[in-house]
Design a protein around this ligand. Structure first.
Ligand code: SF4
Ligand code: SF4
Length: 324
């Protein structure tokens, strides 16, 4: 069953805000390619301060929440998102560090990453991730400003924001949680990133959907086989009161650091064949099949990027970037 039961969920606590060791976080950032660094600067120093605009005191009343939801989602699409849905904002999904978020709705959206670039895994893929994150935050800020102009409170939610965006996106019906810990969308496959805006504007919700993805993950183990950190668990676990797929973050982190954010699990997921990258995935999968497993994949990545990943000494402490 694809719908996750959050009725017994307890609030998660973010373990990575700011990182516990600023020096190690700085080393990770230092290794980023220049375009990724510029995207991080624009997100953190320019967009983040604008994430929660003041609400217009001349409020526009909302007589019909369905019409309002259609209008807001249309705005998001017009700004360039590839998919969008609206979730009820359940307080149990909000990080404890965020305090009491006085919002009731979340508009959650996704933007596809170029599959060819992601398949590279090296620095080019890190540029692509941060290009997309910047675009998501930029759209989130503009959407929050539009909602504020209606007279409602709104905040752009970046991936280091108040809420785990994968859980929120599942509740908005954008897709289902995959075994690799990321959302899988029937439209975008696994190669995309998420953004959101939370608000107190009354909007009709879309709610979670069952796309049959959970059942596929129960039978498939491709991401588990290709993960170099053996971090993707083949069984579900109860995490914060929710039974779900689970990724061992400490096991993922060394490879996340070595491989410029890794993403092997996203790239190899066969459900990419059903999304908008079907053609690109099918072409890439001919090579992937030949690599057979994590060891073969690492050899291919080293050949493509001309880097020796085993030689890189990764920072041992968490940094302020989500693994996926
Ligand atoms: S690779 Fe297979 S098991 Fe892993 S997320 Fe994709 S479909 Fe699920
Ligand atoms: S990002 Fe890499 S190391 Fe982390 S879970 Fe995915 S494949 Fe494994």
């Amino acid at each position: 069953m694809g719908r996750i039961d959050i009725s017994k969920a307890t609030r998660p606590t973010r373990g990575r805000v700011g990182g516990t060791d600023k020096d190690r976080a700085a080393r990770f950032r230092e290794r980023m390619p220049p375009a990724a660094k510029r995207s991080v600067f624009m997100r953190n120093e320019i967009l983040l301060p604008m994430r929660s605009p003041p609400a217009n005191p001349a409020r526009t009343e909302i007589p019909d929440t369905t019409t309002a939801a259609t209008e807001i989602k249309g705005m998001a699409r017009g700004m360039g998102v590839d998919d969008v849905g609206i979730a009820e904002l359940d307080a149990s999904l909000v990080f404890t560090q965020a305090g009491d978020l006085p919002h009731t709705r979340a508009i959650v959206f996704g933007i596809a990453m170029s599959f060819d670039t992601m398949a590279d895994i090296g620095p080019r893929s890190q540029d692509e991730v941060h290009r997309v994150y910047h675009k998501l935050d930029d759209i989130g800020v503009r959407l929050a400003h539009q909602i504020a102009a209606f007279g409602y409170n709104a905040s752009m939610q970046p991936n280091e924001g108040d809420i785990p965006l994968v859980a929120l996106a599942q509740q908005a019906g954008l897709g289902e949680l995959g075994k690799h810990g990321s959302l899988i969308s029937p439209k975008l496959g696994a190669s995309f990133r998420l953004g959101a805006v939370t608000t107190d504007m009354p909007l009709a919700i879309d709610g979670p959907q069952d796309y049959g993805i959970d059942e596929v993950c129960a039978r498939c183990g491709v991401c588990t086989r290709f993960c170099p950190g053996d971090a993707i668990k083949p069984f579900k676990q109860a995490i914060n009161g929710v039974e779900r797929w689970h990724v061992d973050t400490p096991a993922c982190e060394p490879w996340f650091h070595k491989l410029f954010g890794c993403k092997i699990c996203l790239m190899v997921c066969p459900l990419n064949a059903k999304g908008m990258f079907g053609t690109a995935f099918k072409a890439a999968s001919r090579t992937l099949v030949q690599t057979k497993d994590a060891k073969g994949m690492l050899k291919l990545i080293e050949e493509r990027t001309d880097m020796r990943y085993e030689d890189f000494v990764a920072p041992a402490a968490p940094v302020d970037e989500e693994p996926r």
